[in-house]
Design a protein around this ligand. Structure first.
Ligand SMILES: C[S@@+](CC[C@H](N)C(=O)[O-])C[C@H]1O[C@@H](n2cnc3c(N)ncnc32)[C@H](O)[C@@H]1O
Length: 268
């Protein structure tokens, strides 16, 4: 499998932008896992550089949307190198946090960071390998599920939310932290220039991989807009769906709740 070639080959069928089903990028799981595996050693550094260090604040805001209470079991899907999982564990030291990802190299870094924190006496998550689209957990196993910059990479967004809802107990929350298209205006223009020109250049210099950080802006452009994503979450059966924007409006945290009276697997 070639490292980082996740852009659609010329002539591949393009989905309707924003329909949340057929997307105009190749999100073949093996390609996506290989791409993240390739950038794993510099992934955290790139996050700090790309966001001016704001990513930690956005993760903390997402973790607070979970509103966990001690004893809760929390799942962080698409955990990557674990930063949102660690933030959840810090926000709720009495919670059990499980981070899940399908890229072994990202998980290896998460486990390395966990071991270092544990030596300093910190409460740490456990990390498991798995696919967001086929979560290896029973129905209603978690009090809440988060995904930070993960849903944008899957070929079936509706299924991702259906899986997150399935493993969340009634009354629990599903929280999605994602890059999104900024609303029209100066912020959108700035973000397009930043993502379209500065980030790919930074990515090439820092990681040596031009493709992965060209995939990033392309995947944001192909991703449903914030209001469309909210509709996809509602269609998956989540209720009280709402979202907040951050930065220049190009980062959004969506929150939905699993209705108290819903049977596992039901979409309504
Ligand atoms: C942009 S990183 C986000 C990592 C982390 N959540 C963070 O806050 O930095 C996306 C991660 O999603 C993972 N991923 C993408 N699709 C996945 C899937 N279907 N199942 C599990 N992990 C997936 C990738 O391997 C990668 O580690």
């Amino acid at each position: 499998m070639g490292r980082g070639s996740a852009l659609t080959p010329a002539g591949a069928p393009a989905g309707a932008p924003g329909d949340g089903r057929a997307l105009p990028l190749d999100r073949d799981p093996r390609r996506i896992a290989a791409m993240f595996g390739g950038i794993a050693p510099r992934y955290d550094l790139m996050n700090r550089l790309m966001t001016g260090g704001r990513d930690g604040h956005w993760r903390r805001s997402a973790a607070r949307e979970v509103a966990p209470t001690p004893g809760d079991r929390l799942l962080d899907a698409c955990c990557g190198t674990g930063d949102l999982s660690f933030t959840l564990a810090e926000e709720c030291p009495g919670c059990e946090v499980v981070g899940l990802d399908f890229a072994e190299a990202m998980l290896a870094r998460a486990r390395g960071k966990a071991a270092a924190r544990q030596r300093r006496g910190r409460h740490v998550p456990t990390f498991v390998r798995g696919d967001l689209l086929d979560l290896p957990f029973a129905d209603r196993e978690f009090a809440a599920v988060t995904a930070g910059w993960g849903v944008r990479n899957v070929p079936d967004i509706a299924r991702a939310f259906a899986e997150m809802k399935r493993v969340t107990r009634p009354g629990g929350r599903v929280v999605c932290l994602e890059s999104t298209q900024a609303p029209d205006g100066a912020g959108r223009h700035f973000h397009r220039v930043w993502m379209g020109h500065v980030v790919p250049l930074l990515g090439r210099v820092v990681t040596g991989d031009a493709t992965a950080y060209a995939y990033l802006p392309a995947s944001v452009e192909a991703f449903p807009r914030a209001e469309e994503l909210a509709a996809i979450m509602a269609a998956a059966g989540l209720t009280r769906v709402r979202y907040r924007r951050f930065g220049v409006g190009a980062v959004a945290i969506h929150v939905g709740e699993v209705p108290a009276d819903v049977a596992p697997g039901a979409t309504r």
